[in-house]
Design a protein around this ligand. Structure first.
Ligand code: GDP
Length: 424
């Protein structure tokens, strides 16, 4: 079997965690390659229900090695909290099954504070940040102004490096935002606490992956957030601050030479979006509330109600292209069972003209959806496990999407549990 990436095709929350949890049984190593603790992957399995934020979704499988790659925003505080939560439910986390890249940069306390300060300054023009510090973190990483996890293994250099950063960061905190700033003692206490906690898990994951590759081990790359939130290809500036697309996986995982033969794109059977930004298919009022309730569309990290609407074939096709997906997992099909007829956004109208192209971000706000309806199936499909047992209308819905997006739909998910899946 080939290396595989599991990625989101839309705005995130498509059910990637659920698919990684299912697919990890065939892989030896699961790697998170970007993003931080700002989103949540929900996984339901024999240990219970989990909202994973930073931990790779392979941690529930025995013998699977889980890696937090150099591309992630490594927040030691939230990682440790998450590790404790997961352990409390009987999952074993050791330096054998969890490894942190020594080249992963650390998300520091001032990143989270700055995120909140900037969103407050923006007022009604805010980006809808989850205020986990991700944007300030990646800005600092690219300015070469943060600490790499591996520096915790070299404490003789740490204090001086922190002091240099502090001098610079306090200028912004105090002079731009009027905040208090940090002292070196505060920061060294923080490192002594959280730094020490994560230290046993830090290692050179590049050599580890290189050796595993030579030994014929198989890798699964796990994305956080979807194509439309990708920094370069998404709905900028309402994107995340890193590259969520599969093309970034070799870079952010620590194995730039990795070849990814299979890219599973996860698409939800309808659209959801958390936070700000243009969302062409958005529903409002009772219709929206009914779908939101049916799909329990509330953020895994923040509890925020998600914006909802019908499936958007224009955005989905674009997302599939950005990811170069080779296979699609269509999730939450069971949620649509209540609908008499199912709305589908087939095209956009922009400046009076119909288009199938996903518009440049600043024009998205002017795009109007063209909605068509297809018949619903109006029965519970959550117990279906075979394609041939799916009602004809549900099969037709899947085939219609497959044709429109130009990619095989190999998985149809009909429930959050590991085995609630139809494999085609
Ligand atoms: P992720 O970030 O892409 O992993 O997605 P989230 O975890 O934020 O959101 C997906 C939600 O849908 C979670 O609560 C999952 O348990 C749930 N889920 C995933 N697939 C299905 C499905 O096929 N049916 C139902 N009913 N729920 C699903």
């Amino acid at each position: 079997m080939s290396n595989c990436a599991i990625v989101g095709i839309n705005w995130g929350d498509e059910g990637k965690g659920r698919m990684v949890d299912l697919i990890t049984q065939d892989y030896d190593v699961v790697i998170r390659y970007q993003g931080g603790g700002n989103a949540g992957h929900t996984v339901v399995n024999e240990f219970g229900k989990f909202a994973l934020h930073l931990l790779p979704s392979g941690i529930f499988r025995q013998g699977v090695v889980n890696i937090l790659g150099n591309g992630v925003a490594l927040d030691p505080e939230s990682l440790w909290t998450e590790m404790e939560d997961v352990r409390a439910k009987g999952v074993s986390l050791t330096p054998e099954n969890l490894k942190i890249s020594d080249r992963a940069s650390l998300l520091l306390p001032w990143h989270r504070e700055l995120d909140g300060l900037e969103e407050a300054r923006l007022k009604d023009k805010k980006y809808g940040s989850t205020k986990q510090g991700i944007a300030p973190f990646y800005s600092d990483k690219y300015q070469k102004k943060t600490i790499m996890a591996g520096e915790l293994l070299h404490p003789e250099h740490l204090r001086e490096h922190v002091a240099d950063l502090l001098e610079w960061k306090n200028l912004t905190l105090q002079k731009v935002y009027g905040a208090e700033g940090y002292t070196i003692e505060q920061m060294m206490d923080w490192f002594a606490d959280y730094g020490e906690k994560i230290k046993p898990y830090i290692c050179n994951t590049t050599t580890l992956l290189r050796d595993a590759q030579k030994a014929g081990k198989k890798f699964l790359f796990e994305a956080q957030l979807g194509s439309l939130r990708d920094l370069d290809y998404g709905i900028y500036p309402y994107t995340t601050s890193s590259n969520a697309i599969a093309a970034y996986a070799p870079v952010g995982s620590g194995l730039p030479s990795a070849k990814i033969e299979e890219i599973v794109g996860v698409v939800k059977a309808y659209s959801t979006c958390v936070g700000e930004g243009p969302f062409t298919c958005e529903w409002f009022g009772d219709e929206a509330e009914e779908l939101r309730k049916a799909g329990s569309e509330y953020g895994a990290k923040t509890g925020r109600p998600r914006r909802v609407g019908p499936i958007d074939l224009v955005a989905t096709r674009y997302g599939v292209e950005c990811q170069a997906a080779t296979n699609i997992a269509l999730t939450k099909m069971d949620i649509l069972s209540y609908m008499e007829k199912i709305p589908v956004c087939t095209h956009y109208v922009l400046n009076g003209e119909q288009t199938d192209e996903f518009p440049f971000p600043v024009l998205l706000g002017d795009a109007k959806p063209v909605i068509e309806y297809v018949p619903g199936w109006k029965c519970d499909i959550s117990g279906v496990r075979k394609w041939s047992d799916l009602p004809k209308a549900a099969q037709d819905y899947v085939l219609m999407i497959e044709k429109a997006i130009g990619c095989h739909i190999g998985y149809v998910s009909v429930g959050p549990e590991r085995d609630s899946i139809i494999i085609r």
